[in-house]
Design a protein around this ligand. Structure first.
Ligand code: FAD
Length: 302
C-alpha cells in the first residue's frame, strides 16, 4: 500500500505529492491531466516570485517537478469512490482499487458555466471567471459581471476600481449578496445594476464585443457593448464522488481543519475542493503542503 495517495494533479495535488515524497514515504498520485484549472488559464501574474507566466507553462513545470521525485503517477485516471477499511481504498473509474494509509483529496473545482452561445467560444478572449486573476487585463475597459450573489457583487466592486465601467446582471428581481456589499456597490458611480434580466448570448468574433440580454418583465431584448464578461454564478467543487463518505458543507466543499484533516482519520484534503476561504494557485499549493505534512504527522503517530 501507499503511505500517501494524492487524488488530483492540480497545484494542490502536485504540492502535496512533492511534500510527501520529500519525507521519503511511499507516495502515489492519481492524475487525469497535470495542471487542473491552470490549463484553462492564460496569463498568471499573481504567483509570487514569478512575475508572469502562462497556465499551460506552469502546468508543465508542476509535472516536471513531480517527476523529479520517486512518486508513482497513476495516469490518466479519475477516482470514483473512497472507502475507509483498515486502509483507505480508492476505486478508480476503470474499477482498479488502490490502497493507502492516508489519502489527500485535491480534486479541485470548476466554475459554473452560464451555458449561453459565445461563452465557450470566447473563453479567455474576454470571457473570464476569476476577477483576482483577469481583472487587471480590463483596465479602463467596459465589463459586465453576471451574477448578483456575494461573489458577483464582490467582483463588480473589485472591477470598478480597474475598469472604466461595470454592468452587473442578475437574473432574479433582487441581488442575493450581503447588504453591506450591496451598499458598497450602489455607492460606486461607474457601476450599473440590471436586475431581473436574462443573459442570452455573449457576442463577438475574435474577442468579446458585447452581450445580449432580455428584460424578464417586459420581454424586451437589449444589447450591451463590452470588452469583457465575468461569469460569477458559482464555483462547484469536484467532490460528488465523495457522497456519503467525507464530510462536506452545503456547497459541497470538503470540511478541513488547520492540518488539512477531514472527518475521516487518515483522509486529508487541500485546495479548491475544500472549504478554504479563497481559491487561488498559491493558496492551493500552500494547503497541499499543509495536508502532506498533516498526513506525515498522522503516519508517525499511528
Ligand atoms: P484544480 O486546479 O481544480 O485541480 C484539480 C484536478 O483534479 C483537476 O485536474 C481535475 O481534473 C482533477 N480531478 C477532479 N476530479 C477528480 C477525480 N475524481 N479523480 C482524479 N482527479 C480528479 N489562480 C491564481 O492564483 N491566479 C490566476 O491567475 C488564476 N487564474 C485562473 C483562471 C481561470 C480561467 C480559472 C478557472 C482559475 C484561475 N485561478 C487562478 C484559480 C486556480 O486555477 C485554482 O485556485 C487552482 O488551480 C486550484 O488548484 P487545485 O489543485 O485545488 O484544483
Amino acid at each position: 500500500p501507499f503511505d500517501v495517495l494524492v487524488i488530483g494533479g492540480g497545484p494542490a495535488g502536485a504540492s502535496a505529492a512533492i511534500y510527501a515524497a520529500r519525507k521519503g514515504i511511499r507516495t502515489g498520485i492519481v492524475v487525469e491531466r497535470f495542471g487542473g484549472q491552470i490549463l484553462d488559464t492564460l496569463t498568471i501574474e499573481n504567483f509570487i516570485g514569478v512575475k508572469q507566466t502562462e497556465g499551460p507553462k506552469l502546468a508543465a513545470r508542476l509535472e516536471e517537478h513531480v517527476k523529479d521525485y520517486d512518486i508513482d503517477i497513476i495516469q490518466p485516471y479519475r477516482a470514483k469512490r473512497l472507502e475507509k477499511k483498515e486502509l483507505i481504498e480508492i476505486e478508480l473509474e476503470n474499477g482498479a482499487v488502490l490502497k493507502s494509509k492516508t489519502v489527500i483529496i485535491s480534486t479541485g473545482a470548476r466554475w459554473r458555466e452560464l451555458g449561453v452561445p459565445g461563452e465557450a467560444e470566447l473563453k479567455n478572449k474576454g470571457v473570464a471567471y476569476c476577477p483576482h486573476c483577469d481583472g487587471p487585463l480590463f483596465e479602463n475597459k467596459d465589463v459586465a459581471v453576471i451574477g448578483g450573489g456575494n461573489s458577483g457583487v464582490e467582483a463588480a466592486i473589485d472591477l470598478a476600481g480597474i475598469a472604466r465601467h461595470v454592468t452587473l446582471l442578475e437574473f432574479l428581481p433582487e441581488l442575493k449578496a450581503d447588504a453591506i456589499l450591496q451598499e458598497r456597490l450602489y455607492s460606486l458611480d461607474n457601476v450599473t445594476v440590471l436586475k431581473n434580466v436574462e443573459t442570452k448570448s455573449i457576442n463577438g468574433t475574435e474577442r468579446v464585443q458585447g452581450l445580449t440580454y432580455v428584460e424578464r418583465d417586459s420581454g424586451e431584448e437589449k444589447e450591451l457593448k463590452l470588452d469583457g464578461v465575468f461569469i460569477q454564478i458559482g464555483l462547484v467543487p469536484n467532490t460528488e464522488w465523495l457522497e456519503g463518505t467525507v464530510e462536506r458543507n452545503r456547497f459541497g466543499e470538503i470540511i478541513v481543519d488547520k492540518y488539512g484533516a477531514t472527518n475521516i482519520p487518515g483522509v486529508f484534503a487541500a485546495g479548491d475542493c475544500t472549504d478554504a476561504a479563497y481559491k487561488q494557485i498559491i493558496i492551493s499549493m500552500g494547503s497541499g503542503a499543509t495536508a502532506a505534512l498533516g498526513a506525515f504527522d498522522y503516519l508517525i503517530r499511528n
